[in-house]
Design a protein around this ligand. Structure first.
Ligand code: HEC
Ligand code: HEC
Ligand code: HEC
Ligand code: HEC
Ligand code: HEC
Length: 184
């Protein structure tokens, strides 16, 4: 057992594994310290649960997730399409910032929560194409109000899933764990 492990560690793949392992520890520490686990204050306490419960699709509000790196957040025009017809909009304190944004024609300043640093290459497209669901990475948003990451989006998290996805396929493992796959 130990012999097997040692000879694996001495092999090229083992060396890569060791390097990756130590980098995960370092990068996890660096990114983990930078990211607090508390959810930031949003300009509107947007209830995901209510809207997803109404049957509004994720992609209606975040259409970019299928196309490229930026999913996008809805503008007030999209909210207003429904909310101008909803009586509560005029009286709800929760919705006052929306009414204000529409009246002043000023964008709502949502605070990004799901993000990786600029030096990381992330794109939704290959992930959705591989059959993953939003929930696999973003948690059960239908039970959230404002969005909250279910886990820290660090290198270890990416690599764990990539190693799992590669399974026994060594060519795929090399491709999905290659530094250049995720770093510019
Ligand atoms: C498909 C239609 C639709 C869209 C699009 C939509 N909403 Fe709503 N929203 C509703 C409905 C219906 C309710 C429930 C109204 C009620 O309780 O009378 C609601 C309720 C809310 C509430 C809770 C209000 C309260 O006082 O309880 C907030 C806040 C809200 N929406 C914000 C937004 C924002 C911000 C957007 C755009 C990002 C948006 N909505 C887009 C239909 C929509
Ligand atoms: C494989 C994991 C994964 C899956 C599956 C996934 N996401 Fe993401 N999502 C991420 C990561 C990582 C980021 C941060 C990206 C960045 O900083 O550029 C992100 C960012 C976002 C953002 C905010 C930043 C932006 O691009 O505007 C939204 C909105 C979003 N995702 C929506 C979705 C929706 C909707 C789905 C399902 C159609 C989905 N995601 C599926 C991992 C995933
Ligand atoms: C009616 C519009 C609407 C629908 C439907 C909706 N969202 Fe959102 N989403 C928003 C708004 C507004 C925000 C910004 C406020 C916040 O962070 O909660 C947001 C934020 C997010 C973020 C974080 C974005 C960032 O910049 O960090 C993710 C991830 C996300 N939504 C995923 C989903 C998923 C997955 C679904 C479907 C299960 C979904 N959303 C359905 C409006 C919507
Ligand atoms: C839940 C699982 C999962 C997570 C988490 C995940 N990925 Fe992926 N990733 C995949 C799958 C599946 C593929 C498609 C593999 C294939 O080509 O068969 C993929 C493909 C990719 C590709 C394209 C690779 C290529 O050769 O075309 C990049 C780049 C990528 N992921 C980056 C990231 C980054 C960066 C993160 C973390 C921020 C991340 N992924 C998190 C499952 C995941
Ligand atoms: C599957 C995607 C993925 C692969 C493959 C990957 N990384 Fe990363 N890496 C990330 C993400 C996401 C971050 C940012 C979050 C963090 O620090 O954990 C990161 C952060 C880092 C950091 C920390 C930088 C800092 O300032 O915090 C270093 C160093 C790094 N990666 C080097 C590497 C090297 C070297 C390889 C190849 C052995 C590699 N990465 C492979 C996704 C990946």
């Amino acid at each position: 057992m130990i012999k097997k492990l040692l000879s694996w560690l001495a092999s090229p793949l083992g060396k890569i594994g060791l390097l990756i392992l130590s980098l995960i520890v370092i990068s996890g520490a660096v990114w983990g310290i930078g990211q607090t686990q508390t959810v930031p204050e949003q300009p509107i306490d947007f209830p995901h649960s209510l809207h997803v419960g109404l049957g509004v699709q994720c992609l209606y509000c975040h259409p970019g997730s299928l196309k490229g790196p930026v999913s996008g957040l809805p503008t007030q025009t999209k909210c207003w399409g429904c909310h101008q017809q909803i009586a509560k909009t005029k009286t709800s304190a929760l919705l006052a910032p929306l009414v204000q944004a529409v009246e002043n024609n000023q964008p709502i300043q949502w605070v990004p929560v799901a993000m990786v640093p600029d030096f990381v290459r992330y794109n939704h497209r290959p992930h959705i194409a591989a059959g993953l669901n939003c929930e696999d990475c973003h948690g059960d948003v239908s039970k959230m109000t404002v969005y909250e990451n279910p886990q820290v989006l660090n290198m270890g998290w990416c690599l764990n899933c990539h190693v799992e996805q590669a399974g026994e396929d060594e060519e795929k493992l090399i491709r999905l764990t290659d530094c250049g796959t995720c770093h510019y």
